[in-house]
Design a protein around this ligand. Structure first.
Ligand SMILES: Nc1nc2c(ncn2[C@@H]2O[C@H](COP(=O)(O)OP(=O)(O)OP(=O)(O)O)[C@@H](O)[C@H]2O)c(=O)[nH]1
Ligand SMILES: [Mg+2]
Length: 452
């Protein structure tokens, strides 16, 4: 796995991610075994996230297989002078000479141009440094200019030089009710449509939803959620997703299997997730049945999707616990699907992919202050027809700006063609129509209905 952190949000999430991964794998922030939990360290496949090297005195050290990229030097300086300074050195970073000032076209053309050669060289070197690189994970927000404009170029580059690498993204999309920048709808839609072919699976997050989820956890300590807190949830999602590959157990689920099971058609690649019982203030149970039922009956999703409306297309459930019977999990999933009648599309008879990691979820020091470490936790990842409402809201905002041709001169001035705006809108409208059709009763994926 190679991790790319693009733009300010991507870099800040990266900061939390590598603090967490080092802590849970038993590696200190200088890249050496920390000696804290020897068992956890020894049972882990560190090669999933790290490159290993031996130094002269036979000390094994680990280097994150990652690159921190931004058009803005300041973001990179913060990484190089922050908590990761002894493990992320400047050869794992690429900085430009000025931000893309919230304009996708600048991130794609002008500001992006300054950093793109160095970034592609670094990515090529990272791919060559792995024995058999299977996945690349991109962390970014698509509200600003760099995370939206540079990502399609870099993911397209990876698909050109290494088409077999599966690209997964952890994408912060504009929130429905909080204003983050006036041009966010353009940046987001242009990026989503342009990178749709190169990104195989995309996990989406809305900051507003994350704030609301974790606010009750912080209230008792009179704290308000900050990026620090919500970035931890995004980092935790990656940690849970890959936990089964790093600590193999009886029912292990690979990232590959996850992609195959979740994506029935390439364009339906937007996935929502929920981590239970982390993102809530009360723990309703400590067995797999209780948390499975809770994860499906309540809404802990990290984007503004209502899973009680619409239908699941496919779904993955990944448990983390050192003591969890496979039968109990299988029984819980059966119950959710059949007895509680969770709505699934009719044309996928078995909508679950199940995995168990024997390594329980843990938090690094910063996060231990706010989050609990349950004995059993569950990451639920869903391809759900409700994502069409999220995309529709974004498209409505995009259309409102475009109808007035507001701000388009900035984009055209940076090198975009005016026609691209309409093509993008039409592309997204077609995707939304397809998702909605899939949720209609008796509707087959090819658009025909059961009676015809
Ligand atoms: N979850 C999360 N969201 C962030 C963070 N920092 C910024 N954002 C969100 O991302 C949006 C802008 O994205 P940035 O990542 O700052 O922009 P950028 O990709 O650096 O692009 P430019 O600054 O325009 O070149 C902001 O409006 C925020 O909504 C962060 O640390 N975590
Ligand atoms: Mg920036």
């Amino acid at each position: 796995m190679i991790s790319l952190h693009i733009g300010q949000a991507g870099n800040q999430i990266g900061n939390r991610l590598w603090n967490l991964l080092c802590h849970e794998e038993g590696i200190n922030l200088s890249g050496f075994p920390s000696g804290i939990n020897v068992e956890r360290f020894e049972e882990c496949d560190h090669h999933f996230y790290f490159n290993e090297s031996s130094s002269t005195n036979d000390n094994t050290s680990f280097t994150p297989r990652t690159c921190f990229i931004d058009t803005d030097q300041q973001t990179i300086d913060e990484i190089l002078s922050g908590s990761l300074q002894n493990i992320v050195h400047s050869d794992l970073t690429c900085a430009g000479s000025g931000s893309a000032h919230n304009c996708y076209a600048s991130g794609k053309f002008q500001s992006g141009k300054v950093v793109v050669n160095e970034a592609t060289t670094s990515i090529r070197r990272l791919i060559e440094s792995c024995h058999n690189c299977k996945h690349l994970m991109i962390y970014h927000s698509i509200n600003g200019g760099t995370g939206s404009g540079l990502t399609p170029t870099l993911s397209g580059f990876v698909k050109t030089i290494a088409p077999k690498i599966q690209i997964v993204s952890q994408t912060v999309i504009p929130s429905q009710n909080i204003c983050q920048s006036t041009t966010a709808p353009y940046n987001a839609l242009l990026c989503l449509v342009e990178s749709n072919e190169s990104i195989d699976l995309r996990f989406v997050y809305e900051n507003e939803v994350l704030y609301n989820l974790i606010d009750p956890l912080l209230k008792p300590q009179h704290r308000l959620p900050s990026y620090h807190h919500i970035n931890h949830v995004i980092a935790l999602q990656s940690s849970c997703l890959t936990s089964g590959e790093r600590w193999k157990g009886e029912l292990y689920m690979s990232v590959d299997a996850c992609i195959t099971n979740l994506i029935p058609f390439p364009e339906l690649n937007m996935i929502t997730s929920a981590i239970v019982p982390i993102t809530r203030s009360t723990v309703s149970g400590t067995n797999s049945r209780a948390i499975t039922v809770d994860a499906f009956m309540s809404n802990y999703e990290v984007c503004s999707i209502n899973t009680n409306e619409g239908k699941y297309i496919s779904c993955g459930v990944l448990y983390r616990s050192s003591n969890i019977p496979v039968q109990e999990v299988e029984r819980a999933c059966f119950e959710v699907r059949n007895e509680l009648e969770t709505p699934f599309v009719e044309w996928i008879p078995s909508g679950f992919k199940v995995g168990i990691s024997p390594q329980p979820l843990i938090h690094d020091k910063m996060a231990q202050k706010y989050y609990t470490e349950p004995e059993i936790s569950l990451l639920k990842i869903s391809n759900h027809t409700g994502i069409s409402n999220v995309l529709e809201k974004l498209t409505t905002d995009y259309r409102a700006l475009l109808d007035k041709r507001a701000f388009t001169f900035w984009y055209i001035g940076e090198g975009m063609e005016e026609g691209e705006f309409v093509t993008c809108q039409e592309g997204m409208e077609a995707t939304i129509a397809k998702i909605k059709k899939l949720g209609e009763k008796g509707q087959n994926p090819d658009g025909s209905d059961d009676e015809s």
